[in-house]
Ligand binder design. Structure first.
Ligand SMILES: Cc1ncc(COP(=O)(O)O)c(C=O)c1O
Length: 457
């Protein structure tokens, strides 16, 4: 998170309360690079170490109970330890965890993806969201015969060489350490609100795929303007590019059929991970049969030179398959998404009301069942209610809001109050309750007091 150093009072309170986590970090740093497994889990002075989780709560090594808004980086829409998923995985464990062969679970899982996701004529499973986007780009290039990728500033698609371009501010940075310039040159990262620039780039004729988070960058942190997805659909068709929705977060969350169902726009390809695998490692690419068919083995002369290569030891791993299938059978019921959406809307409105009442600059916003928070910035359309798109704040500032400014002190203050935020906001599950929301609003009020007392606000 932010490199801002917390002021003494807050920092002392945090270090005292989470002493066990601090000790664990010192131990883990001797073996794990940086004491971490994921850049997003970094926070100053140290992140909290968790001992166990259940429902929408988790318990740290010092015994604190925290409301979990990270909820498996968004993958656990049914909460921790969903009984049906856990039982299915236990049963699978007794039957073996890797057959190096096809199995019933992968067929059931693929059928369920096909049933729910409008664009899913055929499905291929992968190991993660990053891998899903790599495969989808390769398919799009093979299908169109074109080399380039068009993506959007602030949109996150995993950590591959291709897709980190333009993800973090400064969006126009031409390179990234360890990534060859030749790779960077194959990707255009454009502002998502400039369809003129998108069309101009497409008119050059070399774009294989338009890749977009249909929620707007980082699960609605940078909301898309009305009509953007429809424009992209039209432009992709007009210029012969594949339209790819990255539904790693939005899949099965924005609606049973993801953002494409919610907004009624069908992409050519869809990438998934997180919820699709029921909280286990796994991902999927799905889409039009005529594109997915590039994965097929065929006897046609010359086909070997066209076939898209895709191995992967853990693709459709039996444990992930049964967890994913069991999860998706529950996500088929729109009550799942409606419950989470309602809780998130109540939380967003409540957080804005607290800010409004206290007269503190900032806002909470988001779409579907997620929320984002920014403090210390004037959001011109903030009211004491729910907010989808904050106005008056630059996209780069919105994108940095989870990690810059007061974000880290807020994270520490909320942890002290019993709430674990994720990138300055969070995601809801069916296991969060109205009591959790009420607790969070009180915690937020107390956390603001801590920030004021420590001189941050
Ligand atoms: C929209 C989006 N795409 C892709 C990814 C990458 O997925 P993974 O972490 O499984 O590689 C993420 C991860 O958070 C994501 O949010």
């Amino acid at each position: 998170m932010s490199s801002a150093v917390a002021a003494p009072t807050l920092l002392n309170d945090y270090e005292a309360a989470f002493a066990g986590s601090k000790a664990r970090l010192e131990l883990s740093q001797q073996s794990l690079a940086g004491g971490l497994a994921h850049d997003g889990r970094y926070i100053k002075p140290f992140p909290i170490q968790i001992d166990r989780a259940d429902g929408a709560h988790k318990w740290d090594v010092d015994g604190h109970e925290l409301i979990d808004y990270a909820i498996g980086h968004g993958s656990l829409i049914l909460g921790h330890n969903n009984p049906a998923i856990t039982a299915a995985m236990h049963a699978q464990l007794d039957k073996g965890t890797h057959y190096s062969a096809g199995h019933e679970g992968e067929i059931l899982w693929a059928q369920q993806v096909q049933k729910l996701i409008p664009s899913a004529e055929l499905v291929r499973f992968t190991g993660s969201g990053t891998e899903s986007n790599l495969l989808a780009m390769r398919l799009a290039r093979a299908y169109t015969g074109k080399p380039s990728v068009l993506k959007f500033e602030g949109h996150f698609h995993g950590w591959s060489d291709y897709l980190i371009k333009g993800e973090k501010p400064p969006f126009e940075a031409p390179g990234a350490p360890g990534v060859p310039d030749d790779v960077m040159r194959t990707v255009a990262a454009l502002p998502p609100d400039d369809m003129g620039a998108v069309e101009e780039r497409l008119a050059q004729g070399d774009v294989a795929v338009i890749l977009v988070e249909p929620s707007g960058g980082s699960w609605s942190m940078i909301p898309l303007a009305e009509g953007t997805l429809a424009s992209l659909r039209d432009l992709a068709t007009k210029y012969g590019a594949v339209l790819l929705f990255d539904e790693v977060i939005t899949g099965f969350r924005w609606a049973p059929g993801g953002a494409q169902e919610r907004f009624g726009i069908t992409p050519d390809l869809t990438t998934m991970a997180k919820i699709v695998a029921g909280g286990m490692p796994g991902g999927a690419v799905a889409g039009k049969a005529e594109i997915m068919e590039y994965l097929l083995f065929k006897d046609e002369p010359g086909w070997n030179a066209k076939k898209v290569i895709h191995p992967g030891t853990y693709n459709a791993n039996p444990l992930a398959a049964i967890a994913g299938y069991t999860c998706l059978t529950q996500c088929e019921d729109p009550a799942v998404q409606q419950t989470c959406d309602r809780l998130a809307a109540t939380l967003r409105a409540g957080l804005n009301t607290v800010l409004e009442t206290r007269g503190i600059d900032g806002a909470c916003w988001g779409e579907s069942s997620v929320f984002h928070l920014i403090l210390g910035e004037k959001v011109s359309n903030r009211t004491a209610g729910d907010l989808r798109a904050p106005e008056g704040v630059a996209p780069a500032t919105l994108k940095a809001s989870g990690r810059a400014g007061v974000a880290t002190p807020m994270h520490l203050a909320m942890a002290l109050e019993g709430v674990d935020l994720f990138n300055g906001g969070g995601l809801l599950s069916t296991r969060h309750t109205d009591e959790d929301i009420a607790f969070t609003l009180k915690a937020f009020d107390n956390a603001l007091t801590r920030l004021v007392d420590s001189g941050y606000l």
